[in-house]
Write a protein that binds this ligand. Structure first.
Ligand code: VGL
Ligand code: ZN
Length: 208
């Protein structure tokens, strides 16, 4: 059984947002089309408390995109984004969120960032998504959303490692592409067995 995973399509990641992903608005029609074609749809929502440790503003003397060392390894410092309850944290109004069977919120612990829909960045704190999908009998995931080289990438890699068949819909996603992050993401996804498909291919499969 297949599900569509719609990752972090929130205003702060769209043009005009605080961590805008270039051309992110271009994916909205394709994402919505897939939302309407899949029988099962799960969303994720980046959901940080104000003053989150992943924000550059929480670290004196640091700027956005600086990298610092934390307990669980390197942490890129981001502009403040997706703060709980703000407009920037809302899922894009044009998305048919009514079709969501589950919305996973992540990054709500002040001291851990969470890119993946499955595990926080310490690599061990689960979000519960694996159990949810297994109990529902879902074994195949099509992943769209933002950003291709961060939350889409880590969700896809972790999903694959959790035993799901994972397809990333390349034209349903856009990267931030900072310091080689896109090349690294593409390499990691390939070596984890994640496949790349087009929205058209995903739509054809969903209709079967
Ligand atoms: C994301 C950076 C920080 C993402 C979330 O959704 O890809 N990137 N928080
Ligand atoms: Zn975030």
């Amino acid at each position: 059984m297949r599900a569509l995973l719609v990752v972090d399509v929130q205003y702060d990641f769209l043009p005009g947002g605080s961590l805008a992903v270039p051309e992110a608005d271009e994916i909205i029609p394709a994402v919505n089309d897939l939302i309407h074609h899949f029988d099962h749809v799960v969303f994720t929502q980046d959901w940080h408390p104000a003053g989150h440790d992943s924000f550059a503003s929480s670290h004196e003397g640091h700027d956005p995109f600086d990298v610092i060392e934390v307990d669980y390894g390197d942490q890129i410092l981001w502009p403040d984004h997706c703060v709980q309850g703000t407009r920037g944290a809302e899922l894009h109004d044009d998305l048919d969120v009514d079709r969501a069977e589950l919305i996973i919120r992540k990054g709500f612990r002040r001291d851990i960032d969470s890119y993946s829909a499955f595990f926080e960045n310490d690599g061990t704190t689960p979000t519960g998504l694996t159990g949810y999908l297994r109990e529902r009998g879902i074994d195949t995931l099509y992943v769209v959303g933002l950003a291709l080289d961060f939350c889409v990438h880590w969700s896809a890699v972790d999903g694959s490692e959790q035993g799901f068949d994972v397809m990333v819909v390349e034209d349903g996603s856009r990267p931030i592409d900072t310091e080689g992050s896109l090349d690294e993401a593409m390499g990691n996804m390939e070596s984890s067995g994640v496949k790349l498909v087009t929205a058209e291919e995903a739509r054809a499969v969903a209709a079967v």
